[in-house]
Design a protein around this ligand. Structure first.
Ligand SMILES: Nc1ncnc2c1ncn2[C@@H]1O[C@H](COP(=O)(O)OP(=O)(O)O)[C@@H](O)[C@H]1O
Ligand SMILES: [Mg+2]
Length: 350
């Protein structure tokens, strides 16, 4: 079983610092997802764990042993990339066993491990094929198979599903989760897709500009985002934000609507966040936030309504049988217990 410790790491490319003193602990057998927008440092951090990228300050330890000076091939880590990186001239079997062969593992052991991995991934019937004879999803399985046969201490994944179409991405996501449950290995997974992060992770690390914005379980990030950035990043459709002025125990919202907060909050300019699924349709004329409907998207079970409260656009997830049409007025109600307040200046949760 394997832990990973990242302690106060700083990474610069030339003079540009991209990881700013980042620390975190990954528990043995944990599935941790690094998520954040493009360029926030996810791949760099993963490559630092893998030993593919050096860094200027701090240390990384695997199972308590500092590996800063240990080359990638000696870290007992397997990495799966977005582009699969398969050898085109080798069969699936050859691709999966190649790393073991290079390490001088005896042939019968290689065969046994390749067969076992192929069975887990359900690609036994593809072992004699070459990569060009495989679909994108099958290639991705082979890339995972190559990682599994190594029996590594840690699996690292860098956006492994980005090249697959939407349906396959969802199927493979389930496969990866199943794989984690089956192997019980420590896994670190990078994605810019918050749905992937939510569905896969034991814990999510939200990165923003080379810093950790928040670490938590998917439920913690959804229910209690620490910052406006996390609030807006986790959840689909994204959380709505309304400009709010806090006065004592209530918030003044656009149009003069006063929302009781049930607690006293330090007064000032804030943003009130409310998720689309926590807005409800009230009867016409009821006390609430009047909005003008712009777009209606029926999804079957739900209906997504894009509307405007004054100048502020909002999305509401109403029930599938809501009667709504563009141009109409929709009175929105919100439960103060479901509202999130953020300081307008700092973006911190209030
Ligand atoms: N080899 C490199 N040389 C210079 N800058 C780099 C290099 N690799 C990444 N960067 C920069 O480091 C930052 C983080 O990049 P990266 O870790 O690839 O982000 P992510 O994977 O989150 O999209 C970006 O600003 C990127 O431009
Ligand atoms: Mg990347």
């Amino acid at each position: 079983m394997t832990t990973v410790s990242i302690r106060n790491t700083v990474k610069r490319f030339g003079t540009v610092e991209v990881i700013h003193g980042l620390s975190m602990e990954i528990a043995s057998g944990e599935f941790v997802v690094f998520v954040g927008p493009s360029g926030c440092g996810k791949s760099t951090l993963l490559r630092m764990i893998a030993g593919l990228e050096s860094f200027q300050h701090g240390e990384i330890a695997i199972d308590g042993r500092v590996v800063n000076a240990v080359p990638a091939r000696d870290r007992d880590i397997a990495m799966v990339f977005q582009d699969y990186a398969l050898y085109p001239h080798m069969t699936v079997e050859g691709n999966m066993g190649f790393g073991l062969k290079m390490r001088g593992i005896p042939r019968p052991d290689i065969d046994r491990r390749v067969q076992a991995a192929a069975r887990i991934l359900q690609i036994e019937h593809l072992l004699a094929r070459r990569p060009r004879e495989l679909s994108g999803g099958q290639r991705q399985r082979v890339a995972m198979g190559r990682a599994i046969v190594r029996e590594p201490k840690v699996f690292l994944f860098d956006e492994p599903l980005s090249n697959l179409d939407a349906k396959l991405r969802v199927d493979m996501r389930t496969e990866i989760k199943r794989l984690h449950q089956h192997l019980g290995a420590t896994m670190v997974y990078v994605t810019h897709d918050q749905v992937e992060a939510m569905t896969l992770a034991d814990r999510i690390v939200v990165l923003h500009g080379g810093r950790i914005e928040q670490i938590g379980t998917p439920r913690e990030l959804y229910q209690a985002p620490e910052t406006r950035f996390v609030a807006g990043f986790i959840g689909a459709p994204a959380m709505n934000f309304l400009p709010a002025r806090i006065a004592g125990d209530h918030a003044e919202l656009p149009g003069g609507f006063r929302l009781p907060l049930g607690r006293r909050v330090v007064a000032g300019a804030a943003e009130l966040g409310i998720r689309p699924e926590h807005l409800v349709q009230l009867a016409a004329g009821a006390p609430g936030l009047p909005s003008r409907i712009e777009v209606v998207e029926p999804l079957g079970a739900d209906t997504l309504v894009t509307a405007r409260i004054g100048d502020t656009p909002v999305v509401a997830r109403l029930s599938g049988d809501a009667v709504v049409a563009p141009g109409e007025t929709l009175v929105l109600g919100l439960d103060p217990a479901r509202a999130h307040l953020f300081d307008a200046k700092t973006g911190r949760r209030l």
